[in-house]
Design a protein around this ligand. Structure first.
Ligand SMILES: *Cc1c(COP(=O)(O)O)cnc(C)c1O
Length: 387
């Protein structure tokens, strides 16, 4: 896998850890424990056990015959993270982190969530492992996502509505960090994407890289060769880095990330520090993080994982944007051709594949990472299409 990352969590100029000293100590301890356990045979065995018996891995790499025929170009395969328990790739990471939390002796897990997807995944594994969980969520977001709040409560989590600031994700992150600094002795902060200060991006990649470990083995079995390209949607970057990890050192494989055109961090961002790490960030004229907007709640973030920032700068990966109209079209096309309703986030990757595949010869092979299923988005799409 990528060898660019050093022990302090830098990927070229990106990454690192820019936090107050009290938090720095907590993160250094976390990094030490992560490096200690990640290669421990018992830890690996337990992680594999739950991936198999609880998440339902390995999931298939499905040949999308009808989509391929319709587009008339490269052969398209779908990596089916939508079939995981709880319906997306997020479970891979929360499972890895909770096993680490357990080994570190934590009694309590905290997390922050925007739209609620990561909060639900965290509450799920905490229920499974009998841990107390507290999920910080902006007050505004708790009102907009009342059903996800209830889902977390059903799973036994305590949801704290953060009224401070604008009552959004950023304010929830601040509260969670305050909690961690005060309670680090018994508390584990479970982060949901490949962002944040070291060691989070490295840790999240490690647990998500099971996606490309499987897809590489599966495509070699099915086709006897590597794919020509792997395509994934990018929010903070966790499903994409997991889908790319085992191809980064395979120069014949194009790796392609897809963003919403109204949250085009990698396409239009500049290097800056946000939330304790350096990455490409969308800034306004005054140099403040620019408000982003995406129809896919999971992609609505002004920063991006440090490794993606590096892969973009070094030219190893390509990043493109798609419009809301293209995403809505892709959402329907995959539903109709393959009987698979993708998450709106995943539909971004499908939308770019729909543009790319017809330009490539039939011998070429594309893998699209279907990061999640679209059940959660059906009502929203209904409202958009019937308007
Ligand atoms: C959260 C989410 C994303 C975006 O997060 P990444 O960390 O960029 O993967 C993408 N797809 C689905 C289904 C999600 O739930």
């Amino acid at each position: 896998m990528s060898s660019v990352q050093d022990q302090k969590g830098y990927f070229g100029q990106f990454g690192g850890s820019f936090v107050p000293p009290a938090l720095q100590e907590v993160l250094e301890y976390l990094a030490e424990q992560f490096y200690k356990f990640k290669d421990d045979p018992e830890f690996i065995e337990e992680f594999r056990y739950y991936l198999r018996e609880y998440v339902g891995r390995e999931n298939p790499l499905t040949y999308a015959k009808h989509l391929t025929d319709k587009l008339g170009g490269a052969k398209i395969y779908l990596k089916r993270e939508d079939l995981n328990h709880t319906g997306s790739h997020k479970i891979n990471n929360v499972l890895g982190q909770i096993l680490l939390a357990k080994r570190m002796g934590a009694k309590r897990v905290i997390a922050e969530t925007g739209a609620g997807q990561h909060g639900v995944a965290t509450a799920t594994v905490c229920a499974m492992f009998g841990m107390d969980s507290v999920v910080y969520m902006g007050a505004e977001d708790t009102r907009r996502q009342a059903l996800n709040v209830f889902r977390m409560e059903l799973l036994g989590a305590k949801v704290v509505a953060v009224e401070k600031g604008q009552g959004r994700l950023k304010d929830a992150v601040d509260e969670a960090l305050n909690d961690l600094v005060q309670n680090y002795k018994n508390t584990f902060y479970l982060l949901g994407s490949a962002v944040g200060p070291h060691p989070f991006p490295t840790m999240v990649k490690h647990f998500q890289s099971v996606i490309s470990e499987e897809s590489k083995r599966q495509i070699l079995e099915k086709e006897g060769c590597l794919p020509n390209a792997v395509i994934a949607s990018v929010g903070g970057g966790s499903n994409a880095i997991g889908a790319f990890a085992h191809y980064i050192d395979e120069p014949s494989v194009r790796i392609i990330g897809v963003e919403p055109d109204q949250a085009a961090t990698l396409t239009e961002g500049v290097p800056a520090v946000i939330h304790g790490f350096k990455c490409l960030v969308l800034l306004d004229e005054e140099g403040n993080p620019k408000p982003t907007y995406s129809i896919a709640a999971g992609l609505d973030y002004p920063g991006i994982g440090p490794e993606h920032s590096y892969l973009k700068e070094s030219g190893r990966a390509e990043y493109y944007t798609v419009s809301n109209e293209e995403v809505l079209e892709a959402f329907q096309v995959l539903s109709k051709t393959e009987g698979i309703i993708p998450a709106l986030e995943s539909a971004h990757a499908v939308a770019y594949a729909i543009k790319l595949a017809p330009t490539l010869p039939k011998e070429q092979i594309l893998i699209i990472n279907i990061s999640g299923r679209g059940d959660k988005d059906v009502e929203q799409v209904f409202n958009m299409l019937k308007k």
